[in-house]
Design a protein around this ligand. Structure first.
Ligand code: ADP
Ligand code: MG
Length: 263
């Protein structure tokens, strides 16, 4: 279980407001004046054809890719010029594909190295000495084991991450992000390459996280999943938002169906 203090209170204002975001690659306007509000405590879906700019937008929101222009306000604070690690410290966290060298770490080690630099690395930690550091490590191991238990992966903690299935790797990616105590979690196709049985598992885990107050923004291409899981949906095409609302309201809008299907 995540500690209640790590989660956002249900607030009326959006957890994140991104305004007029542009991200250009040379002449290509991958994100071309996108504005998006992410409501607190909900799962927002981000859909659109291949190349619409969804992944680029997520990377810009997380701060792993700088915006060409635009502003990003997270939980009332302008984070536009904050580096990704500072945004993560505030609770704005994205998942990353497991780097290939992490295949040779165990599942538990993968979670431990995801944690922010522990206090043992600080001057204070150094002055207080080893017992202080060990206490920190112990706390992280407990946190990692609690996540492994919750995600049904306790039995795998000592196995190498490289031997895990596609679905288990996706779960490790999510757990690594949760080690940072996010309040807004950004997910880019968290169910891609996953066995249908695990897809349902991931769906339930995400629903549980939402029930505890975590806010989620996720890119997902499978529209039935979006319909089941997402409270609200934003549609992107060619770098722009072309609509938003519930999936059923979007399905009734001809031009959105056309843009999405035609690309
Ligand atoms: P989506 O996730 O919606 O499929 P992307 O955000 O990955 O779309 O890509 C949007 C556009 O930006 C595409 O045309 C893609 O080729 C281009 N693009 C993405 N990343 C880069 C990059 N690092 N360098 C150049 N072009 C990129
Ligand atoms: Mg993408």
């Amino acid at each position: 279980m995540l500690a209640a203090t790590e989660l956002a209170p249900a607030a009326e204002r959006p957890m994140l407001v991104a305004s007029d975001i542009h991200r250009h690659f040379e002449g290509l306007h991958a994100v071309d004046g996108t504005s998006i509000d992410v409501p607190a405590g909900k799962i927002t879906g981000l859909i659109g054809p291949n190349g619409a700019g969804k992944s680029t937008l997520l990377a810009v929101l997380a701060g792993t890719l700088p915006a060409t222009s635009g502003t990003i306000v997270f939980d009332g604070e302008d984070v536009t010029s904050s580096p990704a690690y500072k945004r993560a410290r505030h609770g704005l966290v994205r998942t990353f594909q497991l780097p290939s060298e992490f295949a040779r770490l165990t599942v538990l080690e993968n979670l431990l190295v995801a944690a922010p630099k522990n206090r043992g690395d600080t001057l204070l930690g150094a002055l207080r000495g080893r017992s202080y550091w060990i206490e920190d490590e112990r706390r992280l191991v407990q946190q990692a084991r609690a996540l492994l238990k919750r995600f049904g992966m306790s039995a795998k903690e000592s196995e190498y991450a490289g031997t895990m299935s596609g679905g288990q790797k996706r779960l490790i990616e999510i757990m690594r992000a949760l080690m940072l105590g996010p309040r807004l979690l950004l997910l880019d196709e968290p169910m891609s390459g996953v066995h249908p049985k695990i897809v349902l598992e991931i769906q339930h885990y995400l629903e549980d996280l939402r029930a505890e107050g975590l806010t989620i923004l996720m890119v997902e291409h499978e529209l039935h999943m979006v319909e089941r899981l997402c409270d609200t949906v934003v549609v992107m095409a060619q770098g722009k938002v072309i609509g938003s609302g519930t999936m059923s309201s979007l399905r009734r809008q001809r031009e959105i169906v056309d843009a999405y299907l035609v690309g």
